[in-house]
Each structure stands twice: as structure tokens, then as C-alpha cells.
Unconditional design. Structure first.
Length: 600
């Protein structure tokens, strides 16, 4: 942990240097704990340019706005200018993610937010904005106050709130083109998980919504190199922004794989293969880890719209491609591991599963500290950050389910203990253990709502696998925050709330293999269990030589031959002795469980 403290000191020394002259280029510094102290001492405002290395409009803003003489003069005279890569700084990214990239946030010397602006700002508008702040440093309407959320008294989502969230999700769905929202189109991971779970349970409308969206989103897949673009800026999915970001690669790989398992549609398997090919040829490092992102553009002379319209031969002849950000982040690799496992589960690809384990081994060796918490990158500015431990803890559960190796569940349990260290007494979990500043809105670590959902879903799965009261307590702590009135009424993570509530209140489809791990029949049954298309699924493999199951909530008989059992909603099946029998009994069990749930 000493490394990031040293980084803070060095950055602070850098920022406290001599201010730039008015006619010099903008003297960008990094973020540090000393930054606001410098601003206050010099009575200067702070402008934060929160950018992404892959972001097209960030590049445009640097080339135009921040080279405009009026803008440069105002910044150098009255502002401390700070530029931050949002991928490398998850705390600031989580706090200001709703403002898109580039995000421009301006603070008073005491850390008070004055203005938050989303996206590209033209030079003339930026100069006017800066001058207006100098003339009247009163917080604008975009700044707002600190968000105060009181956790709910119980971990149950009220029936009225559930009904409203479902209605909101349905209302935001684009019935013509698929997806959620009116203009920008991408596969929202939580919303897709929610409708896939509905389709799995026999909801015909959820099936249509999932298939329409997944089919439309095929237009975002690069037909040459593979991989999925970030989003389309038109509702018909035909105008992609060409950044390729690990969040979308990993979730695209996972969800197209799961959709193929559920719908048996070959085009979804093709999409999964294209994303897998891209991840393992473009984003994969020689050591088996994954890079974070690929830029939208090759350079200023070759924008993405030109490059990605080329065929393979034309791209090869060009001899260069958009830059790949070669940082190795624990969070992004955790996402990649979960995507690889979903692909391996459906296809039976042993190479993909081995790759997932190889990636996990490297991240454990190089990004995990002595407290079991995962660092973000090689040289973090702050932290540790919540998202890395959640992503790797979730990946560890996926690895346990896919391999039956108990060491992975042990890692998940240790990640649960680490998660507890982020626990906020006011509810939920803090995005970082280190506040970004000493005063103003930055003095208290932020609680990002998307991360609260991810924390809840990880803790719920951990509780199901371990049966431990500590895991259930973590899950309840997370749930009480996200089902609170303040979160539900914000409308920002409606599908995530519904998912977490469903997974907390309903038992997963529980598949248990009883048999030695070297037994070919047991291996075949485990392979079938992995491939069964249930998103909310728990898989255990009981080899009696290893002792009791981690969560012995069901008593299974020791068998003369390998067998599999399916349990859900307080019901268990008779033993199945083949993959076909297992599929049949699980399908029947799932149907009965859904019927019982609807009857309650």
C-alpha cells in the first residue's frame, strides 16, 4: 500500500510547482490529496478534465478547446488544471460517470462543486463558462448537493416499488429497434440479464425483448477483427462509436454465450465467437492477462469511421490500427474471466476455461494485497477500489462452478471478507477506501449505484454457495441500500435493483454432481450442468474424498455411480445419471419453481 502513498506525495510536489504563465500551454497536473490545498492557498479554481484514452471526443477537445488561446489564458491565470484517465481512476470515474467522457468538473478552492458538464465543449463555450465562473463562483444547477440515502429497514423490495420499476423498464424499451433508451444504443448488462432470466422462466415477452435487442446489437460487432463496439449514436444501431471497451467485450461474450444456450440460435454463438476471437488476439497480453480498451480512431488523420469500414486486406495494408491501452487492471480482467467461463460453459471449449484460470492466477499473484483486496493497476493513485474486488470475487465463484476446484471458492470467500472492508456505516459500500480530497464533496468516498448492485449480486451468490451468516449479512447490507426509497426513486439502476431483489428472494437453480472428479460419468454430468441455460445458477461437485460440501444445505446420498441432483424452491429431483436426464429434470424443476413463485 506504500506505493500509492508515495505517488500522492510525488503528484503533490508536481502540482505545487510554479504556476504556468498565461501565454503558455495548459499545465496539466494529476490528481492528488494536495491539489485542493494548492488551489485554496493560491485562491484558484480547479478544473478536472476526466477523460478516457480511447475516447474520440476527448481527443477532439484536447486538439481544439484546450489549445484555444482564450481558454488557455483563463486556465493558466485562475485555475489549477487536472487531467485524469478515468479507466485508471475508478473512484473519480464512479463519481462522475453519469457525465460521460470527457467530463468537465469545476471546483471552488474549498472543494465545492460549481459546474459539471457532459461531453465535448467547444472553445468559445468553454471560454464563456470559465469567465462566468470567475465572475460569479456560485454553484450552478448541475452541481447539486450531496446525495443522502437512508438504507431501507428491511431487505425486501416493496410490491409497489417492484411494479413501478418493471413499468419503468418496459417504458424505456424501444419496441421498434430493441434496447433501452431513445438514441444511444448498447446492450445494458443488467437489463439484458433481467430479460434473459425472464425468458428462461418462460416469459414470452422477455424472450422477444432479449432476442430483438441481441439481434439488433449484432450490428455493433466488427466483422473483420471481431469484438463489439461501445454503442450506436442512432436508435437503429447502425452508427457505432468504435471504441472497444472490456466491459462490453466481457458482457457481450457472456450474454451472447448464455443466449445461445437458451435460444439455440447460431447467430448468437457466432457473435460470442467473434468477441472471443477479438479478446484473445487483440486484447490479450503475452502473459495471459487482458488489456483494458482499444481506441476508436487510428489517429487524427484516420478516424474510426474510415478505418473500421475497411476490409481485412485494407487494414493490413494500412499497417497500423487504433491504439490499445496496455494497462492491466484487476477489475477488467475479472470481467474477462467471467466472460470466458460463460463461453467455455456453453461451447465446451477447454482452451477458454484454461485461459480464464491462467488470467486469474496472474491477477492473484500481481494485483492482490496481503488483506485479500485486489488493487486496480500496477501503480494506483488512490484506492484500493471496490470494483476490483467485486469483479475478481465474482470471477472466483464462476471458476468454482466451472471447475469444481474448492480453491476458487476459498478465494471468493476471502474476497467477501475484503468486500466487508469497504462497508459504509451509512449504507452500501464505498467506492474507495481513500477519499479523493480533504474537503467539499470529495471528503467522503462516493457510493456508486451500479457498484452497489454488483456488490449485492456478488454477496448474494457468495451466501448461496457458502451458507455463511457473514455472507448473508453482507448481502442484506447491500440490498437494504439499493431497495431504499432514495435509490429506487432515482431511476438509474432499475433493472439492477430488480435483479438483486430476485436473486436474494428466490433460490437459484442448484445442480449438484455426486461422484469422483476423475470419473468420466461425473465429468459428463458436470459439463451438462455448466451448459444448462440458467443465469441464476449454483453448481456444486461433491467428491466425497474432499469432505462435506462448503454449504451442506442439502443432504445427498453417496451413490454407487456418478449422479446429479437438481434443487430449487425447496424441491429436489431424483438422481439423474446422464446429461439428457439432467437436462430433463432441471427443465421440469425450473418450470415447477416458476409456477410456485407466480402462485405465491
Amino acid at each position: 500500500m506504500a506505493g500509492w502513498r508515495t505517488a500522492f506525495v510525488l503528484l503533490g510536489l508536481f502540482l505545487v510547482g510554479t504556476p504556468a504563465k498565461a501565454d503558455e500551454p495548459v499545465a496539466w497536473g494529476g490528481w492528488s490529496l494536495e491539489m485542493l490545498a494548492k488551489a485554496k492557498a493560491e485562491n484558484r479554481f480547479v478544473i478536472l478534465d476526466l477523460e478516457a484514452v480511447w475516447c474520440h471526443w476527448c481527443h477532439v477537445m484536447e486538439a481544439t478547446t484546450y489549445r484555444d488561446p482564450k481558454v488557455v489564458k483563463l486556465l493558466n491565470e485562475k485555475f489549477v488544471a487536472v487531467r485524469v484517465d478515468q479507466d485508471a481512476n475508478p473512484d473519480l470515474s464512479a463519481r462522475y460517470g453519469d457525465w460521460g467522457w470527457p467530463a468537465t468538473i469545476i471546483f471552488a478552492p474549498d472543494g465545492t462543486e460549481l459546474v459539471k458538464r457532459r461531453g465535448y465543449i467547444e472553445p468559445e463555450n468553454m471560454a464563456s463558462l470559465l469567465q462566468a465562473i470567475i465572475d460569479d463562483p456560485t454553484p450552478g444547477p448541475s452541481a447539486g448537493g450531496a446525495e443522502i440515502i437512508k438504507p431501507a429497514a428491511t431487505s425486501a423490495l416493496g410490491a409497489g416499488a417492484r411494479k413501478q420499476l418493471i413499468a419503468n423498464l418496459a417504458q424505456s424499451y424501444d419496441r421498434r429497434f430493441g434496447g433501452w433508451g431513445d438514441v444511444h444504443k448498447f446492450i445494458d448488462a443488467d437489463s439484458m440479464d433481467y430479460v434473459l432470466q425472464g425468458a428462461e422462466r418462460g416469459d414470452a415477452n422477455a424472450r422477444v425483448v432479449a432476442k430483438t435487442t441481441l439481434t439488433s446489437a449484432l450490428q455493433l460487432i466488427d466483422p473483420v477483427a471481431g469484438g463489439i463496439y461501445q454503442y450506436s449514436d442512432k436508435a437503429d444501431w447502425k452508427s457505432p462509436h468504435y471504441e472497444k471497451i472490456m466491459w462490453y467485450q466481457a458482457n457481450g461474450l457472456r450474454q451472447y454465450s448464455q443466449a445461445f444456450g437458451l435460444f439455440k440460435d447460431a447467430k448468437y454463438l457466432g457473435a460470442a465467437r467473434d468477441i472471443y476471437r477479438y479478446m484473445t488476439t487483440v486484447l490479450m497480453n503475452a502473459d495471459g492477462t487482458f488489456f483494458a480498451t482499444q481506441d476508436a480512431d487510428v489517429d487524427a488523420a484516420m478516424p474510426g469511421k474510415v478505418f473500421f469500414a475497411m476490409n481485412g486486406a485494407q487494414r493490413a495494408e494500412l499497417g497500423r490500427q487504433p491504439r490499445v491501452d496496455q494497462n492491466i487492471y484487476a477489475r477488467e480482467n475479472g470481467w474477462a474471466i467471467s466472460g470466458l467461463i460463460a463461453y467455455a460453459n456453453v461451447t465446451g471449449d477447454a482452451t477458454a476455461l484454461a485461459q480464464a484460470e491462467r488470467t486469474a492466477e496472474w491477477i492473484i499473484a500481481n494485483r492482490r494485497d496481503d488483506n485479500g483486496i485486489f488493487k486496480h493497476g500496477a501503480n494506483d493513485r488512490g484506492g484500493p477500489f471496490l470494483g476490483d474486488t467485486i469483479a475478481m470475487g465474482t470471477a472466483a465463484i464462476d471458476l468454482y462452478a466451472a471447475t469444481g476446484k474448492r480453491r476458487w471458492l476459498t478465494l471468493a470467500a476471502e474476497s467477501g471478507v475484503a468486500l466487508g472492508q469497504f462497508r459504509d456505516a451509512d449504507g452500501g459500500f464505498a467506492t474507495t477506501m481513500t477519499a479523493e480530497g480533504a474537503s467539499g464533496v470529495l471528503a467522503k468516498p462516493y457510493r456508486n449505484l451500479d457498484e452497489q448492485v454488483q456488490a449485492a449480486r456478488f454477496a448474494i451468490r457468495l451466501w448461496r454457495y457458502l451458507g455463511a451468516p457473514e455472507s448473508k449479512d453482507l448481502a442484506e447490507h447491500a440490498i437494504k441500500y439499493i431497495v431504499s426509497d432514495g435509490v429506487v426513486e432515482s431511476g438509474r439502476v432499475g433493472s439492477g435493483i430488480l435483479l438483486a431483489d430476485s436473486e436474494f428472494s428466490q433460490e437459484p437453480t442448484h445442480l449438484t454432481i455426486v461422484g469422483h472428479k476423475g470419473d468420466t460419468e461425473a465429468v459428463a454430468l458436470h459439463t451438462a450442468a455448466r451448459a444448462y441455460p440458467a443465469l441464476n445458477k449454483r453448481i456444486d461437485w461433491w467428491d466425497t474424498r474432499e469432505g462435506p460440501l462448503p454449504n451442506p444445505d442439502v443432504t445427498y446420498p453417496e451413490m454407487d455411480r456418478a449422479a446429479a441432483f437438481a434443487c430449487s424452491n425447496k424441491m429436489c429431483s431424483l438422481p439423474a445419471f446422464s446429461a439428457e436426464e439432467l437436462t430433463a429434470v432441471v427443465t421440469q424443476m425450473t418450470r415447477r419453481s416458476a409456477e410456485n413463485t407466480r402462485a405465491q
